[in-house]
Design a protein around this ligand. Sequence first.
Ligand SMILES: [Zn+2]
Length: 421
Amino acid sequence: MKIYKAHILYTKEKDCFEVVENGYIAVDDGRVVGVGDSLSSLGCEGSEVTDFGDCMLIPAMNDLHVHAPQYRNQGIAMDLELLPWLENYTFPEEMKYADMGYAERMYRRFVRDLWRFGTMRSCVFATIHTESTRLLMQLFREAGMGALVGKVAMNRNCPDGLSETVEEAVKGNEALIAEFCETDALVRPIVTPRFVPSCTPEMLEACGVLASKYQLPVQSHLSENLSEIALVKELEPESTCYGDVYNRYGLFGQMPTVMAHCIWSQGEELELMKRNGVMVAHCPTSNLNIGSGMAPIRQFLDEGLRVGLGSDISGGHDLNIFRIMVFATQVSKMHYQQYHKAFLTLSEVFWLATKSAGSFFGRVGSFEPGYEFDALVIDDHDLNHSDYSLLHRLERFIYLGDDRHIVHRFCRGREIAEPRV
Ligand SMILES: [Zn+2]
C-alpha cells in the first residue's frame, strides 16, 4: 500500500469537482483504495506517507485521438482543408515510416512529448507499416505508458507507398495481435481503418472480422468535413449515412469504438452512435486548424453520447490536453453565440479529458475506489502568487501552465520516468 498527500482534485460527475485540501490517497496494486482528509479516515494510521506538500494531485490526461507519424508536421501546413491536406502533407510524411531509422527518431520524441504533457493513455494511429508500428508499441511498453496503437488499414484513394492489400493488412495486424495479446496489458492493438474514403468494402470487412475475432477495440474518423462526407456518399451509395458504412462491417460499437470528430453527425448517425455506445473524440484544435467546423458537444452530452478529447496531431497543433480543454471551452462558446446552447464549464471539460475519456481504457480517469492510479502532481507555486482557491489554482494551471509544472507522473500506480529519446 502507498499513501500520497497533496491537494486532491478530480471529477466523479461532470458537473462538479471533488476537492480535498491536504488530502490523502491510498493506492494498492496500482489501484485507488480511497481518498480522505486524514490517515484515520482511510484506516491507515501510522502508514508511511509520500508528502507532496502544497502541490495539487489530479488524474492524468487521456488523448483519445492522435497520429504519431504526423509528429514532424505538428504546427505546420495549416493552409488546406482535410482532403487536399491529407494528399499534400500527411500521406507523403506517413510514407517515410517504412524507414525504421526515421520512425525510431520521430516515435521516441513523440512518446517523450506525450509524457511531458502528462498524457498517460492514448488512442494512437500509426501507419500501414507493421515494423514501425511494432516499434511504437515497444516504446510505449518500455515507457510504462498506456496506449491503444493502430496499424492503419488503407487501400484506396492513397499513394502506392501507403497502400497494402487486404491480405497484407490482416497478416500484419495478426502479427502484432499475437505479440501484444495480454488483455489487461497497458499497450494493445486497436483495429484502425483510416476512414471510409481510404478503405474498400473488402478492407472494411476484414477490419470488422479482426475486431470481432480478437475482441479488439476500433478507432476511425467520422463526419469531419463536408467534402469528405460527399465523397463517402459517392463511394458507398447504398449506405444511409457515413456511420452506417462502419456499422455494416461491425466497426461501429460492436466492439468498443471511438470515432474522431463527428462534427456533422446528425439524425440516424447520432441515433446509431447512441444505441451502440460509440465514443466521440472531440478534437477542437484540429477542427479549427483545417477549417472543418465546430462539433456540438453540448448537444452530444445532453443526448447522452460518450465524449472524450483528442489532440489529433497534426491537424491539431498541440499535444497538451490541458490546452485542448481550453479550446473545447472556447469552441463551445462560439457555439453558444450561434445556437444559444450553454457552453462547457471547467468541470465538464476536465471530466471529458479524465473520467469520460479514461472510460475507453477501463477504470481510468478518476480517484474513486477501484480506479487505476493514473495521476499527475502539479507544482504551481510560480502561478500561485495571490489568495487563489484550489479550483482557481487548477484553472490557472489549465490556462497558463505547461509541462514544467508537472513534477510527477503515475500510470497504473507506477511513477513514470522521462522516456529516453
Ligand atoms: Zn485524425
